[in-house]
Design a protein around this ligand. Sequence first.
Ligand SMILES: Nc1nc2c(ncn2[C@@H]2O[C@H](COP(=O)(O)OP(=O)(O)OP(=O)(O)O)[C@@H](O)[C@H]2O)c(=O)[nH]1
Ligand SMILES: [Mg+2]
Length: 230
Amino acid sequence: YLQPRSQLLKVILLGDGGVGKSSLMTRYVHQRFDQRPQHTIGVEFLVKELTIDGMHFTLQIWDTAGQERYRSLRTPFYRGADACILVYALDDRRSFTNVDMWRQEFFHYSDVLESDGQKFPFLLVGNKSDVELAEVSVEDADAWANQYGMRHLTASAKSSDNVDAAFSHVAAAWLARAKAESATAEAAAATSSTTATSTGRIRVRAGGDGGSSSGQLGGSGGKRSGFNCC
Ligand SMILES: Nc1nc2c(ncn2[C@@H]2O[C@H](COP(=O)(O)OP(=O)(O)OP(=O)(O)O)[C@@H](O)[C@H]2O)c(=O)[nH]1
Ligand SMILES: [Mg+2]
């Protein structure tokens, strides 16, 4: 169990338009920040490598369009997600009240059942921690996250505050869950005479991302190197 050289993780960023999902991804992968608003159309992804506890990860970060009109362009990409980061902006109360809707949308279109939601690696991120006038209190956001067994972090794509920590956290949470499931599966295998069918299974996909390291899906601009889906 669990001994691949490299583990590919599909991480989905969800949240209202303008909360800073693209900015968080760009800050994390390219160490850049752009003040100008540029709404995402459809879905874009970038890849970044990291190592946690000696385990090498390739994070495939999927940045989705938060605006309602792009719903049908983003939802097909939730399937196969290994982790999900729910993003709101600290200076936008409505974006915080909407995280509940985003969580529901994720369950609806991903292959994760809501009944397994407590175990799935979610993270709640309050972005724009650099702003002076916050509309959301950390206590409220902590309480919302706690009820689902989720962590909550405040971060800033602008200042870099907690950006690395957020992405590392979801990889670490995935790893903790995989280790727990592996232990359960090994215990079951040791006590049972029936083999594979009674054990839990961990999805392990070996190898890094051999192909493209970025792309845009569902967009209409066609300026970036993209590829067609389906
Ligand atoms: N002050 C501040 N502004 C930020 C921060 N992150 C993003 N912004 C700004 O917020 C605006 C929206 O950021 P985006 O990253 O495009 O938001 P998004 O969530 O990707 O929006 P959609 O693509 O429409 O879903 C931009 O003008 C960013 O410069 C931050 O940490 N602090
Ligand atoms: Mg965006």
